[in-house]
Design a protein around this ligand. Structure first.
Ligand code: AMP
Ligand code: ZN
Length: 477
């Protein structure tokens, strides 16, 4: 079914909700800034991709043919936004005793596996290193009017484009504080288009160019790849809210220069807010960060994290706590158990049932209102709670909603959600086996054996949950 309510999205450029109008009839083209693959992604980064995937799923639900690109930054950009510091990729290579290329491939693979575990639909994943020629061409075209050469490379002069920083709403003072100097920069916010390899050095990743051996500046790749893969202007550009301040204004400046137009290059710019913990924004530079695998090692299914993200609006900060994740897991368990009862319902049902209409309407209105997933989840729960209704219709409604939310409710089982924490003493099979023996003992009113089995399990850290309202039977304590 295609959803009829007009889709309204918050555009960071205008700071207003706008009705989505595709540039190409019936199509939606979305570009999401992808990861720099020099390290593991943390769960804060993954929030950005869960958001982008929810947007993509919503556009599909609305009937648009979606083209979604998440680029892979495998060219090392620098550890500071101000074109100073070390090359991230080469630094990681030195740390791990591998080549920069191996580092990039390895972390790209881990990233893609994490996306899959979070049920993010597979978008296109072009690699920046495959587009370096196009980046050089682009730089050549803007060089005369917009760039200048310094010892360290080719720089973009931000005063040559109209209204630089409009997206960030930055005032000059802030700009000056934000970016520190490379000797000879004309404006504090000027940025590298091409970084020259310092004399006497060789980099593992470097290319020949009219400005000497070196590597493209980070911002350049997104302008070039989005133009090449989606055409300019395209519909929606997404990223984390930090990109609203520097990376995206710089992309916009390049687009304006290259396209000889004041247009930003994309119609709508959308930004997810941060995942934070008690110390503030989760970040790679802060040293300690959580990966998706760390959650799994503690016994949490990756989709419990997706649920946690969906419970907050993407424009709100989300605080990560283990209690919060536990609650999200419980909510997911309830949904999966309720859906299990529909496993035998025919899969080809129609949602056209009067009892379902209020929840479907609520769901449609919620996602159309700038992806209000917290409300959409409650609409899904209303469907799950609907009684005395044709199971095929109920199933169809749940499938339709889950196509947007991506919780894989018909694929997940109770068993999938029972992940044994790393280092647990006992396997799921042994637990199930002990529980079966206990059930048999109880059926024969042999309570001594039943109690003995319960204690045996407790000694191994498994709590048997007789009379658990969720009917979950056991948990690891
Ligand atoms: P990076 O690999 O650092 O370029 O980050 C990849 C994506 O994750 C970007 O869109 C960032 O804006 C986003 N991001 C980084 N930290 C967080 C965070 N703590 N919460 C949400 N998104 C984040
Ligand atoms: Zn980007």
């Amino acid at each position: 079914m295609t959803e009829k309510t007009p889709l309204r999205l918050f555009n960071s450029l205008t700071r207003e909700l706008e009705t989505f109008q595709p540039i190409h009839e019936g199509e939606a083209r979305v570009y999401t800034c992808g990861p720099t693959v020099y390290n593991y992604q943390h769960i804060g980064n993954m929030r950005a991709y869960i958001f982008a995937d929810t947007l993509g799923r919503t556009l599909t639900h609305k009937g648009y043919k979606l083209t979604h690109v998440i680029n892979i930054t495998d060219v090392g950009h620098l550890t500071s936004d101000a074109d100073a510091g070390d090359d991230k990729m080469e630094k990681a290579a030195a740390r791990e005793g591998k080549s920069a290329w191996d580092i990039a491939r390895h972390y790209q693979e881990v990233f893609e596996a994490d996306l899959e575990r979070l049920n993010v639909r597979k978008p296109a994943h072009p690699r920046a290193t495959d587009y370096v020629e196009s980046m050089i061409e682009w730089a050549k075209q803007i060089e005369d009017k917009h760039c200048y050469l310094l010892e360290s490379g080719l720089y973009f002069d931000v005063s040559t484009v109209p209204d630089y920083g409009r997206l960030a709403r930055a005032v000059t003072d802030e700009g000056e504080r934000r970016i520190d100097e490379v000797e000879g920069k004309r404006n504090a916010a000027d940025f590298a288009i091409w970084r020259k390899t310092p004399p006497g050095e060789t980099r593992q990743m470097e290319w020949d160019s009219p400005w000497g051996m070196g590597a493209p500046g980070w911002h350049l790749e997104c302008s070039v790849m989005s133009a090449e893969l989606l055409g300019h202007p395209f519909d929606i550009h997404t990223g984390g809210i930090d990109h609203r301040e520097i990376h995206h204004p710089n992309e916009i400046a390049q687009n304006q220069a290259h396209n000889c137009s004041a247009d930003s290059g994309a119609r709508i710019w959308m930004h997810n807010n941060f995942l934070v913990d008690r110390r503030g924004k989760m970040s790679k530079s802060s040293g300690e960060f959580l990966t998706l695998q760390a959650l799994v090692d503690k016994g949490f299914h990756p989709l419990a994290y997706r649920m946690m993200c969906l419970q907050a609006h993407y424009r709100s900060e989300l605080e990560f706590t283990w209690e919060g994740l536990e609650a999200a897991l419980t909510r997911l368990k309830r949904m999966v158990m309720s859906v299990e009862r529909l496993a035998d319902a025919p899969a080809s049902g129609s949602t056209d049932h009067p009892k379902l209409q209020p929840a479907l309407a609520k769901f449609g209105a919620a996602i159309s209102d700038d992806l209000n997933t917290p409300i959409a989840l409650t609409a899904l729960e209303e469907v799950l709670a609907t009684k005395k209704i044709d199971p095929a219709a109920k199933r169809a409604a749940i499938e339709e909603m889950d196509a947007v939310l991506g919780l894989d409710l018909f694929g997940l089982t109770r068993k999938d959600l029972r992940i044994r924490p790393k280092g647990a003493q006992i396997t799921e099979e042994d637990i199930e086996d002990a529980l079966a023996r206990r059930k048999a003992a109880r059926a024969e009113k042999d309570f001594a054996t039943s109690d003995a089995i319960r204690e045996e399990l407790a000694a191994k850290g498994v709590e048997v949950m007789d009379g658990d309202p969720l009917g979950w039977e056991w948990k690891l304590s």
